[in-house]
Design a protein around this ligand. Structure first.
Ligand code: AHR
Length: 502
Protein backbone atom coordinates (compact mmCIF):
# COMPACT_ATOMS: atom_id res chain seq x y z
CA UNK A 1 0.00 0.00 0.00
CA UNK A 2 1.26 3.47 -0.78
CA UNK A 3 2.44 5.52 2.19
CA UNK A 4 1.37 9.10 2.61
CA UNK A 5 4.03 10.56 0.33
CA UNK A 6 4.06 7.98 -2.43
CA UNK A 7 1.75 7.64 -5.40
CA UNK A 8 1.69 5.08 -8.18
CA UNK A 9 0.39 5.94 -11.65
CA UNK A 10 -0.65 2.74 -13.44
CA UNK A 11 -0.73 2.71 -17.24
CA UNK A 12 -0.93 0.24 -20.10
CA UNK A 13 -0.02 1.18 -23.66
CA UNK A 14 -3.11 -0.59 -25.01
CA UNK A 15 -5.47 1.41 -22.82
CA UNK A 16 -5.84 4.36 -25.13
CA UNK A 17 -8.26 7.28 -24.92
CA UNK A 18 -7.68 8.89 -28.32
CA UNK A 19 -5.12 10.84 -30.32
CA UNK A 20 -4.48 14.20 -28.70
CA UNK A 21 -5.80 16.82 -31.10
CA UNK A 22 -3.05 19.48 -31.31
CA UNK A 23 -5.81 22.09 -31.38
CA UNK A 24 -6.33 21.65 -27.64
CA UNK A 25 -3.24 23.84 -27.42
CA UNK A 26 -5.08 26.79 -28.93
CA UNK A 27 -5.13 30.43 -27.91
CA UNK A 28 -7.47 33.39 -28.07
CA UNK A 29 -6.80 36.98 -29.15
CA UNK A 30 -9.63 39.43 -28.57
CA UNK A 31 -9.90 43.13 -29.28
CA UNK A 32 -10.01 43.80 -25.57
CA UNK A 33 -7.83 46.02 -23.43
CA UNK A 34 -4.19 45.82 -24.48
CA UNK A 35 -4.34 42.37 -26.09
CA UNK A 36 -4.08 43.51 -29.70
CA UNK A 37 -2.82 47.10 -29.31
CA UNK A 38 0.31 47.17 -27.07
CA UNK A 39 0.13 43.36 -27.05
CA UNK A 40 0.78 41.68 -30.38
CA UNK A 41 0.58 44.91 -32.38
CA UNK A 42 2.44 48.12 -31.55
CA UNK A 43 3.96 49.86 -34.57
CA UNK A 44 5.66 52.44 -32.33
CA UNK A 45 7.52 49.88 -30.26
CA UNK A 46 11.26 49.34 -30.64
CA UNK A 47 10.31 45.69 -31.12
CA UNK A 48 7.93 46.32 -34.05
CA UNK A 49 8.46 44.29 -37.22
CA UNK A 50 7.50 45.19 -40.80
CA UNK A 51 3.80 44.74 -40.03
CA UNK A 52 3.90 46.58 -36.69
CA UNK A 53 3.83 43.44 -34.56
CA UNK A 54 6.00 43.14 -31.45
CA UNK A 55 8.76 40.63 -32.12
CA UNK A 56 9.50 40.16 -28.41
CA UNK A 57 5.88 39.10 -27.79
CA UNK A 58 5.77 36.93 -30.90
CA UNK A 59 9.01 35.16 -29.96
CA UNK A 60 7.61 34.35 -26.52
CA UNK A 61 4.31 33.20 -28.02
CA UNK A 62 6.20 30.91 -30.40
CA UNK A 63 7.50 29.02 -27.40
CA UNK A 64 3.91 28.12 -26.51
CA UNK A 65 3.31 26.61 -29.97
CA UNK A 66 -0.32 27.66 -30.14
CA UNK A 67 -2.42 25.91 -32.79
CA UNK A 68 -6.00 27.17 -33.24
CA UNK A 69 -6.12 30.91 -32.54
CA UNK A 70 -9.58 32.33 -31.87
CA UNK A 71 -10.24 35.92 -33.02
CA UNK A 72 -11.59 38.70 -32.79
CA UNK A 73 -13.69 37.95 -29.66
CA UNK A 74 -15.12 37.18 -27.17
CA UNK A 75 -17.81 39.58 -26.09
CA UNK A 76 -16.26 42.08 -28.50
CA UNK A 77 -17.38 40.11 -31.54
CA UNK A 78 -21.08 40.52 -30.74
CA UNK A 79 -20.93 44.16 -31.86
CA UNK A 80 -18.21 43.79 -34.51
CA UNK A 81 -18.58 44.33 -38.23
CA UNK A 82 -15.69 42.82 -40.12
CA UNK A 83 -16.09 45.17 -43.09
CA UNK A 84 -15.01 48.06 -40.81
CA UNK A 85 -11.63 46.43 -40.27
CA UNK A 86 -10.48 45.56 -43.81
CA UNK A 87 -9.05 47.66 -46.63
CA UNK A 88 -6.93 50.82 -46.41
CA UNK A 89 -6.21 51.58 -42.76
CA UNK A 90 -6.85 55.31 -43.10
CA UNK A 91 -10.40 54.62 -44.24
CA UNK A 92 -11.30 52.30 -41.39
CA UNK A 93 -13.75 53.85 -38.90
CA UNK A 94 -13.10 54.31 -35.20
CA UNK A 95 -15.91 52.53 -33.36
CA UNK A 96 -17.20 52.52 -29.83
CA UNK A 97 -17.07 48.97 -28.50
CA UNK A 98 -19.93 48.42 -26.09
CA UNK A 99 -18.74 45.10 -24.67
CA UNK A 100 -15.68 46.63 -23.03
CA UNK A 101 -16.65 50.32 -23.29
CA UNK A 102 -13.54 51.03 -25.34
CA UNK A 103 -12.51 52.68 -28.58
CA UNK A 104 -11.65 50.42 -31.49
CA UNK A 105 -9.61 51.96 -34.31
CA UNK A 106 -9.70 48.83 -36.50
CA UNK A 107 -6.07 49.46 -37.35
CA UNK A 108 -5.50 45.75 -36.87
CA UNK A 109 -8.17 43.65 -38.58
CA UNK A 110 -8.87 40.16 -39.83
CA UNK A 111 -6.52 40.37 -42.82
CA UNK A 112 -3.65 41.35 -40.53
CA UNK A 113 -4.68 38.56 -38.18
CA UNK A 114 -4.58 35.94 -40.92
CA UNK A 115 -1.16 37.19 -42.07
CA UNK A 116 0.08 36.99 -38.49
CA UNK A 117 -1.38 33.50 -38.15
CA UNK A 118 0.57 32.34 -41.19
CA UNK A 119 3.78 33.72 -39.71
CA UNK A 120 3.08 32.14 -36.33
CA UNK A 121 1.83 28.83 -37.71
CA UNK A 122 -1.55 29.35 -36.04
CA UNK A 123 -4.78 27.92 -37.42
CA UNK A 124 -7.14 30.90 -37.60
CA UNK A 125 -10.44 30.32 -35.80
CA UNK A 126 -12.73 33.23 -36.62
CA UNK A 127 -15.85 34.09 -34.66
CA UNK A 128 -18.74 35.73 -36.52
CA UNK A 129 -21.06 38.31 -34.99
CA UNK A 130 -24.39 36.75 -34.09
CA UNK A 131 -25.20 39.51 -31.59
CA UNK A 132 -25.85 42.46 -33.88
CA UNK A 133 -24.70 40.77 -37.08
CA UNK A 134 -26.73 38.75 -39.57
CA UNK A 135 -26.27 35.32 -41.15
CA UNK A 136 -25.61 37.13 -44.42
CA UNK A 137 -22.84 39.27 -42.95
CA UNK A 138 -21.20 36.09 -41.65
CA UNK A 139 -21.49 34.38 -45.01
CA UNK A 140 -20.08 37.44 -46.76
CA UNK A 141 -17.03 37.32 -44.51
CA UNK A 142 -16.54 33.68 -45.38
CA UNK A 143 -16.73 34.52 -49.09
CA UNK A 144 -14.21 37.32 -48.53
CA UNK A 145 -11.84 34.87 -46.85
CA UNK A 146 -12.22 31.62 -48.76
CA UNK A 147 -13.56 32.09 -52.27
CA UNK A 148 -10.93 32.35 -55.00
CA UNK A 149 -12.32 35.26 -57.07
CA UNK A 150 -15.13 36.37 -59.39
CA UNK A 151 -17.71 37.59 -56.87
CA UNK A 152 -18.17 40.74 -54.83
CA UNK A 153 -16.56 39.85 -51.50
CA UNK A 154 -13.83 37.64 -52.94
CA UNK A 155 -12.91 40.41 -55.34
CA UNK A 156 -12.82 42.89 -52.48
CA UNK A 157 -10.20 40.76 -50.73
CA UNK A 158 -8.10 40.77 -53.91
CA UNK A 159 -8.57 44.54 -54.18
CA UNK A 160 -7.17 44.77 -50.64
CA UNK A 161 -4.00 43.03 -51.78
CA UNK A 162 -4.73 39.43 -50.79
CA UNK A 163 -4.71 37.54 -54.07
CA UNK A 164 -4.80 34.10 -52.50
CA UNK A 165 -7.83 33.11 -50.38
CA UNK A 166 -7.19 32.97 -46.64
CA UNK A 167 -8.76 29.51 -46.46
CA UNK A 168 -10.08 29.81 -42.94
CA UNK A 169 -11.52 26.43 -42.01
CA UNK A 170 -12.64 26.95 -38.42
CA UNK A 171 -15.49 29.35 -37.57
CA UNK A 172 -17.43 30.07 -34.35
CA UNK A 173 -21.12 30.94 -34.60
CA UNK A 174 -21.06 33.90 -32.22
CA UNK A 175 -19.83 34.04 -28.65
CA UNK A 176 -21.41 33.09 -25.31
CA UNK A 177 -24.91 33.67 -26.61
CA UNK A 178 -26.35 32.08 -23.44
CA UNK A 179 -24.78 34.83 -21.28
CA UNK A 180 -27.19 37.62 -20.28
CA UNK A 181 -24.25 40.08 -20.60
CA UNK A 182 -23.80 39.25 -24.27
CA UNK A 183 -24.84 41.87 -26.82
CA UNK A 184 -27.76 40.25 -28.62
CA UNK A 185 -28.31 37.54 -25.98
CA UNK A 186 -31.50 35.65 -26.79
CA UNK A 187 -33.22 32.48 -25.52
CA UNK A 188 -31.83 29.15 -26.71
CA UNK A 189 -34.48 28.55 -29.36
CA UNK A 190 -33.90 31.90 -30.98
CA UNK A 191 -30.13 31.46 -31.05
CA UNK A 192 -30.53 27.90 -32.36
CA UNK A 193 -32.55 29.13 -35.34
CA UNK A 194 -30.12 31.95 -36.06
CA UNK A 195 -27.07 29.69 -35.69
CA UNK A 196 -28.58 27.08 -37.98
CA UNK A 197 -29.45 29.61 -40.68
CA UNK A 198 -25.96 31.06 -40.45
CA UNK A 199 -24.38 27.61 -40.57
CA UNK A 200 -26.37 26.63 -43.63
CA UNK A 201 -25.58 29.82 -45.53
CA UNK A 202 -21.91 29.53 -44.63
CA UNK A 203 -21.71 25.91 -45.73
CA UNK A 204 -23.50 26.75 -49.00
CA UNK A 205 -20.68 29.21 -49.57
CA UNK A 206 -17.89 26.82 -48.53
CA UNK A 207 -18.80 23.24 -47.56
CA UNK A 208 -15.29 22.52 -46.26
CA UNK A 209 -15.51 24.64 -43.14
CA UNK A 210 -15.96 23.39 -39.59
CA UNK A 211 -18.36 25.19 -37.28
CA UNK A 212 -18.50 25.68 -33.52
CA UNK A 213 -21.92 26.44 -32.06
CA UNK A 214 -22.21 28.24 -28.69
CA UNK A 215 -22.89 25.87 -25.83
CA UNK A 216 -23.12 26.83 -22.16
CA UNK A 217 -20.39 29.26 -21.21
CA UNK A 218 -20.54 28.75 -17.42
CA UNK A 219 -21.84 25.98 -15.16
CA UNK A 220 -23.31 28.64 -12.83
CA UNK A 221 -25.88 29.82 -15.38
CA UNK A 222 -29.43 28.58 -14.81
CA UNK A 223 -29.64 27.37 -18.41
CA UNK A 224 -26.49 25.18 -18.06
CA UNK A 225 -26.80 21.99 -20.16
CA UNK A 226 -30.47 22.66 -20.99
CA UNK A 227 -29.22 25.35 -23.39
CA UNK A 228 -26.84 22.79 -24.92
CA UNK A 229 -29.61 20.22 -25.36
CA UNK A 230 -31.87 22.69 -27.14
CA UNK A 231 -29.10 23.96 -29.40
CA UNK A 232 -27.96 20.48 -30.34
CA UNK A 233 -31.47 19.19 -30.98
CA UNK A 234 -31.87 21.99 -33.48
CA UNK A 235 -28.44 22.38 -35.07
CA UNK A 236 -26.63 19.07 -34.60
CA UNK A 237 -26.40 18.22 -38.31
CA UNK A 238 -25.11 21.66 -39.27
CA UNK A 239 -22.18 22.01 -36.90
CA UNK A 240 -19.10 20.04 -35.83
CA UNK A 241 -18.36 21.34 -32.32
CA UNK A 242 -20.20 22.60 -29.27
CA UNK A 243 -18.37 25.21 -27.21
CA UNK A 244 -17.87 25.42 -23.47
CA UNK A 245 -15.98 28.01 -21.43
CA UNK A 246 -14.60 28.11 -17.93
CA UNK A 247 -12.86 30.67 -15.74
CA UNK A 248 -11.81 29.68 -12.22
CA UNK A 249 -10.28 31.41 -9.21
CA UNK A 250 -9.37 31.36 -5.57
CA UNK A 251 -11.27 34.27 -3.99
CA UNK A 252 -11.25 32.57 -0.57
CA UNK A 253 -7.47 32.10 -0.57
CA UNK A 254 -7.89 28.36 0.07
CA UNK A 255 -5.10 26.74 -1.93
CA UNK A 256 -5.95 23.02 -1.46
CA UNK A 257 -9.57 23.70 -2.40
CA UNK A 258 -8.56 25.77 -5.42
CA UNK A 259 -6.17 23.09 -6.65
CA UNK A 260 -9.03 20.58 -6.57
CA UNK A 261 -10.98 22.59 -9.16
CA UNK A 262 -9.87 20.12 -11.85
CA UNK A 263 -12.56 17.78 -10.52
CA UNK A 264 -15.21 20.20 -11.63
CA UNK A 265 -13.50 20.79 -14.99
CA UNK A 266 -13.61 17.02 -15.58
CA UNK A 267 -17.28 17.05 -14.61
CA UNK A 268 -18.09 19.97 -16.89
CA UNK A 269 -16.51 18.21 -19.86
CA UNK A 270 -18.20 14.92 -19.06
CA UNK A 271 -21.63 16.48 -18.52
CA UNK A 272 -21.44 18.52 -21.75
CA UNK A 273 -20.22 15.50 -23.67
CA UNK A 274 -23.07 13.47 -22.15
CA UNK A 275 -25.55 15.91 -23.68
CA UNK A 276 -23.83 15.54 -27.07
CA UNK A 277 -23.98 11.76 -26.78
CA UNK A 278 -27.60 11.78 -25.63
CA UNK A 279 -28.73 13.94 -28.55
CA UNK A 280 -26.63 11.81 -30.89
CA UNK A 281 -28.47 8.69 -29.78
CA UNK A 282 -31.99 10.01 -29.27
CA UNK A 283 -32.05 11.94 -32.53
CA UNK A 284 -30.07 9.37 -34.55
CA UNK A 285 -27.64 12.06 -35.62
CA UNK A 286 -25.33 11.27 -38.50
CA UNK A 287 -22.20 12.50 -36.80
CA UNK A 288 -20.91 12.88 -33.27
CA UNK A 289 -20.48 16.47 -32.11
CA UNK A 290 -17.20 17.09 -30.28
CA UNK A 291 -16.27 19.76 -27.78
CA UNK A 292 -14.49 23.05 -28.33
CA UNK A 293 -13.36 24.34 -24.91
CA UNK A 294 -12.66 27.65 -26.52
CA UNK A 295 -12.10 29.85 -23.46
CA UNK A 296 -10.34 28.64 -20.33
CA UNK A 297 -8.16 30.21 -17.70
CA UNK A 298 -7.87 31.60 -14.19
CA UNK A 299 -9.75 34.91 -13.96
CA UNK A 300 -11.09 36.38 -10.73
CA UNK A 301 -8.91 39.27 -9.51
CA UNK A 302 -9.36 41.62 -12.47
CA UNK A 303 -12.98 40.76 -13.13
CA UNK A 304 -15.06 43.76 -12.10
CA UNK A 305 -15.09 47.58 -11.83
CA UNK A 306 -12.21 49.38 -13.53
CA UNK A 307 -10.80 46.06 -14.80
CA UNK A 308 -13.70 45.55 -17.19
CA UNK A 309 -14.66 49.11 -18.05
CA UNK A 310 -12.60 50.80 -20.75
CA UNK A 311 -14.21 54.22 -20.05
CA UNK A 312 -14.25 55.11 -23.72
CA UNK A 313 -10.45 54.78 -24.07
CA UNK A 314 -8.33 53.15 -26.75
CA UNK A 315 -6.35 50.11 -25.50
CA UNK A 316 -7.17 50.56 -21.79
CA UNK A 317 -5.53 48.12 -19.35
CA UNK A 318 -8.34 45.60 -18.78
CA UNK A 319 -8.41 42.09 -17.28
CA UNK A 320 -4.68 42.28 -16.46
CA UNK A 321 -4.46 39.35 -14.05
CA UNK A 322 -1.14 38.76 -12.33
CA UNK A 323 -0.61 35.01 -12.14
CA UNK A 324 1.05 33.15 -9.28
CA UNK A 325 2.35 29.67 -8.58
CA UNK A 326 -1.01 28.13 -7.65
CA UNK A 327 -2.49 29.51 -10.89
CA UNK A 328 0.26 27.68 -12.82
CA UNK A 329 -0.78 24.43 -11.13
CA UNK A 330 -4.41 25.09 -12.05
CA UNK A 331 -3.46 25.84 -15.68
CA UNK A 332 -1.69 22.46 -15.73
CA UNK A 333 -4.84 20.92 -14.25
CA UNK A 334 -6.91 22.26 -17.16
CA UNK A 335 -4.45 20.70 -19.62
CA UNK A 336 -4.49 17.38 -17.74
CA UNK A 337 -8.25 17.37 -17.98
CA UNK A 338 -8.22 18.08 -21.74
CA UNK A 339 -5.70 15.27 -22.32
CA UNK A 340 -7.74 12.85 -20.18
CA UNK A 341 -10.75 13.71 -22.36
CA UNK A 342 -8.94 13.54 -25.70
CA UNK A 343 -11.87 11.56 -27.13
CA UNK A 344 -14.31 14.43 -26.65
CA UNK A 345 -12.30 17.67 -26.41
CA UNK A 346 -10.84 18.45 -29.83
CA UNK A 347 -10.21 22.18 -29.49
CA UNK A 348 -9.31 24.28 -26.44
CA UNK A 349 -8.18 27.90 -26.33
CA UNK A 350 -6.29 29.54 -23.54
CA UNK A 351 -8.04 32.87 -22.93
CA UNK A 352 -6.04 34.88 -23.70
CA UNK A 353 -2.48 35.26 -25.03
CA UNK A 354 -1.09 38.68 -24.10
CA UNK A 355 -1.92 41.35 -21.48
CA UNK A 356 -5.55 40.27 -21.06
CA UNK A 357 -5.70 37.26 -18.66
CA UNK A 358 -2.51 36.14 -20.31
CA UNK A 359 0.80 34.31 -19.89
CA UNK A 360 2.64 37.41 -21.16
CA UNK A 361 2.43 41.05 -20.07
CA UNK A 362 3.94 44.12 -21.69
CA UNK A 363 4.84 47.49 -20.19
CA UNK A 364 6.28 49.98 -22.64
CA UNK A 365 9.02 48.07 -24.40
CA UNK A 366 9.37 45.56 -21.56
CA UNK A 367 7.79 42.14 -21.47
CA UNK A 368 7.10 39.83 -18.55
CA UNK A 369 6.51 36.10 -18.63
CA UNK A 370 3.92 35.02 -16.07
CA UNK A 371 3.78 31.76 -14.10
CA UNK A 372 1.10 30.09 -16.26
CA UNK A 373 3.39 30.38 -19.29
CA UNK A 374 5.63 27.57 -18.11
CA UNK A 375 3.23 24.61 -17.78
CA UNK A 376 1.75 25.48 -21.17
CA UNK A 377 5.21 25.48 -22.72
CA UNK A 378 6.17 22.23 -20.95
CA UNK A 379 3.01 20.41 -22.03
CA UNK A 380 2.83 21.82 -25.54
CA UNK A 381 6.22 20.49 -26.60
CA UNK A 382 5.12 16.97 -25.56
CA UNK A 383 1.65 17.07 -27.06
CA UNK A 384 2.04 14.66 -29.96
CA UNK A 385 0.57 11.21 -29.53
CA UNK A 386 -2.24 9.26 -27.93
CA UNK A 387 -3.69 10.00 -24.52
CA UNK A 388 -3.57 6.98 -22.22
CA UNK A 389 -5.97 6.05 -19.48
CA UNK A 390 -4.38 6.08 -16.08
CA UNK A 391 -5.14 4.97 -12.58
CA UNK A 392 -3.70 7.08 -9.78
CA UNK A 393 -3.17 5.16 -6.54
CA UNK A 394 -2.12 7.33 -3.65
CA UNK A 395 -3.16 9.77 -0.97
CA UNK A 396 -5.79 12.43 -1.45
CA UNK A 397 -8.04 14.79 0.42
CA UNK A 398 -11.58 16.06 0.51
CA UNK A 399 -11.78 19.60 -0.80
CA UNK A 400 -14.44 22.07 0.35
CA UNK A 401 -16.13 22.73 -2.97
CA UNK A 402 -15.00 20.01 -5.34
CA UNK A 403 -15.13 16.79 -3.34
CA UNK A 404 -12.44 14.16 -3.09
CA UNK A 405 -9.23 14.45 -5.09
CA UNK A 406 -5.94 12.62 -5.26
CA UNK A 407 -2.96 14.71 -4.22
CA UNK A 408 -1.45 13.96 -7.62
CA UNK A 409 -3.33 15.06 -10.73
CA UNK A 410 -2.01 13.29 -13.83
CA UNK A 411 -2.25 12.72 -17.56
CA UNK A 412 -0.11 10.86 -20.09
CA UNK A 413 0.60 10.84 -23.83
CA UNK A 414 2.18 7.94 -25.69
CA UNK A 415 4.19 8.68 -28.83
CA UNK A 416 5.93 5.56 -30.21
CA UNK A 417 8.45 4.47 -27.63
CA UNK A 418 8.19 7.72 -25.69
CA UNK A 419 5.76 8.27 -22.87
CA UNK A 420 5.18 11.79 -21.61
CA UNK A 421 3.72 12.12 -18.14
CA UNK A 422 2.23 15.28 -16.69
CA UNK A 423 1.88 15.55 -12.93
CA UNK A 424 0.66 18.17 -10.49
CA UNK A 425 1.55 17.80 -6.81
CA UNK A 426 -1.23 19.59 -4.96
CA UNK A 427 0.38 19.13 -1.57
CA UNK A 428 1.37 22.55 -0.23
CA UNK A 429 4.13 21.28 2.04
CA UNK A 430 5.08 17.67 1.29
CA UNK A 431 7.09 16.26 -1.61
CA UNK A 432 5.73 13.17 -3.34
CA UNK A 433 7.44 10.15 -4.89
CA UNK A 434 5.44 9.22 -7.96
CA UNK A 435 6.07 5.81 -9.51
CA UNK A 436 5.15 5.35 -13.17
CA UNK A 437 4.27 1.71 -13.72
CA UNK A 438 3.32 0.28 -17.09
CA UNK A 439 1.37 -3.00 -17.19
CA UNK A 440 2.95 -4.19 -20.41
CA UNK A 441 6.16 -2.19 -20.84
CA UNK A 442 9.22 -1.06 -18.99
CA UNK A 443 10.66 2.39 -18.54
CA UNK A 444 14.23 2.35 -19.80
CA UNK A 445 15.30 5.96 -19.42
CA UNK A 446 14.52 9.63 -19.11
CA UNK A 447 14.56 11.74 -22.26
CA UNK A 448 14.00 15.08 -20.52
CA UNK A 449 11.81 16.69 -17.91
CA UNK A 450 10.98 20.05 -16.41
CA UNK A 451 9.30 21.18 -13.25
CA UNK A 452 7.76 24.38 -11.90
CA UNK A 453 7.63 24.65 -8.13
CA UNK A 454 7.90 26.93 -5.13
CA UNK A 455 7.02 27.24 -1.49
CA UNK A 456 4.61 30.16 -1.65
CA UNK A 457 1.43 29.50 -3.65
CA UNK A 458 0.98 33.24 -4.11
CA UNK A 459 4.49 33.91 -5.43
CA UNK A 460 4.39 35.65 -8.80
CA UNK A 461 6.80 37.10 -11.33
CA UNK A 462 7.14 40.86 -11.53
CA UNK A 463 9.22 43.27 -13.60
CA UNK A 464 11.52 43.58 -10.56
CA UNK A 465 11.71 39.82 -9.99
CA UNK A 466 10.87 38.15 -13.32
CA UNK A 467 12.20 34.71 -12.39
CA UNK A 468 10.34 33.97 -9.16
CA UNK A 469 8.37 31.25 -10.95
CA UNK A 470 10.09 29.55 -13.88
CA UNK A 471 10.49 26.03 -15.21
CA UNK A 472 13.68 24.14 -14.42
CA UNK A 473 15.18 20.95 -15.77
CA UNK A 474 14.30 18.01 -13.52
CA UNK A 475 16.35 14.86 -13.04
CA UNK A 476 15.23 13.53 -9.65
CA UNK A 477 14.17 10.19 -11.01
CA UNK A 478 15.08 6.56 -10.28
CA UNK A 479 14.51 3.90 -12.87
CA UNK A 480 14.33 0.51 -11.26
CA UNK A 481 12.83 -2.85 -12.39
CA UNK A 482 11.13 -1.18 -15.36
CA UNK A 483 9.36 1.53 -13.34
CA UNK A 484 10.32 5.16 -12.87
CA UNK A 485 10.00 6.96 -9.57
CA UNK A 486 9.90 10.73 -9.85
CA UNK A 487 10.54 12.93 -6.83
CA UNK A 488 8.18 15.86 -6.95
CA UNK A 489 8.54 18.92 -4.73
CA UNK A 490 5.43 20.26 -2.98
CA UNK A 491 3.29 22.62 -5.06
CA UNK A 492 4.73 21.54 -8.38
CA UNK A 493 3.92 20.88 -12.02
CA UNK A 494 6.03 18.25 -13.76
CA UNK A 495 6.24 17.28 -17.44
CA UNK A 496 8.65 14.52 -18.37
CA UNK A 497 9.30 12.24 -21.31
CA UNK A 498 10.37 8.68 -20.64
CA UNK A 499 11.77 6.05 -23.00
CA UNK A 500 9.82 2.83 -22.80
CA UNK A 501 10.22 -0.68 -24.19
CA UNK A 502 7.39 -3.08 -24.95
O1 AHR B 1 -11.95 36.35 -22.28
C1 AHR B 1 -12.64 37.41 -21.69
C2 AHR B 1 -14.15 37.33 -21.92
O2 AHR B 1 -14.66 36.24 -21.21
C3 AHR B 1 -14.59 37.07 -23.34
O3 AHR B 1 -14.70 38.22 -24.08
C4 AHR B 1 -15.94 36.44 -23.13
O4 AHR B 1 -16.28 35.56 -24.16
C5 AHR B 1 -15.84 35.77 -21.79
O5 AHR B 1 -16.92 36.08 -20.97
Amino acid sequence: MPTSNTTTVHLHTAFKIDEVDPRIFGGFLEHLGRAVYEGVYEPGSVHADDMGCRTDVLEALKRLRFTAMRYPGGNFVSGYHWQDAVGPKEKRPVNRDLAWQSLETNEFGPDEFVTLSERMDWTPMLAVNLGTGTPEEARNWLEYCNIESGSRWANLRIEHGYQKPHNVRLWCLGNEMDGPWQIGHVPAQQYAINAQQTARMMKMCDPNIELVVCGSCAPELPTYLEWDRQILEHCRDDIEYLSLHRYVGNPEGDTPDYLAVTNSIDRQIEATDAVCRAVHHTKKTRKRVHLSFDEWNVWYRARSGEHVDGRGKFAPPLLEEVYNLEDALVAAGFLNSFIRHADSVKIANLAQIVNVIAPILTKGDQMLIQSIFYPIEMYSKRRTGTALQLQVEGPGYVSKQYGEVKTIDASAILNGDELSVFLVNRDVSKPMDVTIKLGNATVTGLVNAEVVYGTDPQAANSYENPNAIVSRAHSDIQICSGSATIQLPPLSVYAGTLKIQR
